[in-house]
Design a protein around this ligand. Structure first.
Ligand code: FE
Length: 348
């Protein structure tokens, strides 16, 4: 059945996009045969996926990778002269910033959204979630019992003094997590949460998510806040230290008796300046198709946004969970407040 669906997508891409655009373009092939993508996703699976799109459509993907803040600054500078057709980011906070800055145009890809829950994309069509990521707590198997912690809010308990590893306030994943706490508990409670977590950190925030897991393996910390796919990547790392570090921790999906674990998305939007709107829409539809959703899940341990696509067996082995289903656009709109709350609470 999946093969049939995939064949259908490929044929559809050819009929609606590739052939039609080429037919329209004539001497203007450079306008229609390349899609320029600015992306801050840094995962090898993306190269495989773009190659599949190129093979299916004959459209060349020109990928410009960079940090999301740099890509946004570049778009600001280039304005309408940008060659970029799409912006792909690893966090809804950045998607919201791009929408607010007026970089995106609204597009209608409703047929491709049939199996995508509505809280995972912008209702006005400016951006679309492509994969889900859960920002969770991991804990030292050897030193923490399962029953000792349950919710994000428990991280402020004095029992964890000097035992928490987490990255800085500059990190957009942390900003989105804090935005979800502000949405759930209000700004005052969120400031107290920040203060409490800061009290319990084993060191001033440094490093990336993998470094926090390594701190647990080294015995410097007992709890860390990370995105789950990094744990999958570490289990399969060529670096033995990363594999051992991943084996030393267990995943806790927080707030299971309440709002659920915090979910974020990697997502895409079509840039306002793009002259290849149709093709850009087709790429997003392709990325939302079941086959590609399965690749994101299997190869990069992310959660598919497509309702009928399974999470990878390995990720499922860490446990089932229910997710916070707050509208992600709300998380994006609370980004500026989250930055302010981090500052008030003293998170470096
Ligand atoms: Fe990441």
């Amino acid at each position: 059945m999946k093969c049939v669906w995939f064949s259908f997508v490929v044929v559809w891409l050819f009929l609606t996009g590739c052939f039609q655009d080429r037919g329209n373009s004539n001497a203007n092939d450079d306008v229609y045969d390349i899609l320029n993508i600015y992306s801050d996703r840094h995962y090898p699976v993306d190269d495989t996926i773009y190659k599949m799109f190129e093979n299916a459509t004959g459209v060349k993907i020109n990928l410009v990778k960079g940090k999301s803040e740099d890509l946004l600054a570049r778009l600001q500078k280039e304005s309408q002269a940008t060659k970029a057709d799409l912006l792909i980011t690893a966090d809804v906070g950045r998607l919201h910033q791009a929408k607010s800055a007026g970089f995106f145009q609204s597009v209608d890809i409703s047929p491709a959204l049939q199996y995508i829950p509505s809280y995972l994309y912008d209702e006005e069509g400016y951006w679309f979630g492509l994969t889900k990521r859960a920002r969770v707590i991991v804990y030292a198997k050897e030193r923490v019992e399962d029953y000792e912690i349950r919710d994000y809010e428990d991280l402020t308990h004095e029992n964890w003094k000097g035992r928490i590893a987490v990255r800085s306030k500059e990190n957009i994943y942390n900003q989105s997590l804090l935005a979800s706490i502000i949405a759930a508990n209000g700004e005052e409670e969120a400031i107290n949460w920040v203060k409490g977590v800061v009290e319990n950190m084993y060191q001033s925030p440094k490093g990336n998510d993998r470094d926090q897991v390594k701190a647990i393996f080294a015995g410097k910390a007992d709890l860390a806040i990370i995105n789950t796919y990094y744990l999958g990547q570490m289990h399969h790392s060529e670096d033995p230290l990363e594999r051992k570090a991943a084996e030393s921790v267990k995943v806790l999906y927080p707030n299971q008796l309440g709002r659920g674990a915090h979910i974020n998305v990697s997502g895409a939007g079509v840039l306002k300046a793009s002259k290849r709107k149709e093709l850009a829409q087709q790429l997003i539809a392709f990325l939302l198709s079941p086959e590609i959703q399965e690749l994101y899940a299997k190869e990069n341990f992310e959660f598919p946004v497509h309702e009928n696509v399974q999470t990878s067996q390995e990720v499922l082995s860490w446990g089932a969970f229910h997710e916070d289903q707050i509208e992600l656009s709300k998380i994006g709109s609370l980004n500026a407040t989250a930055i302010k709350v981090f500052d008030k609470g003293g998170w470096k």
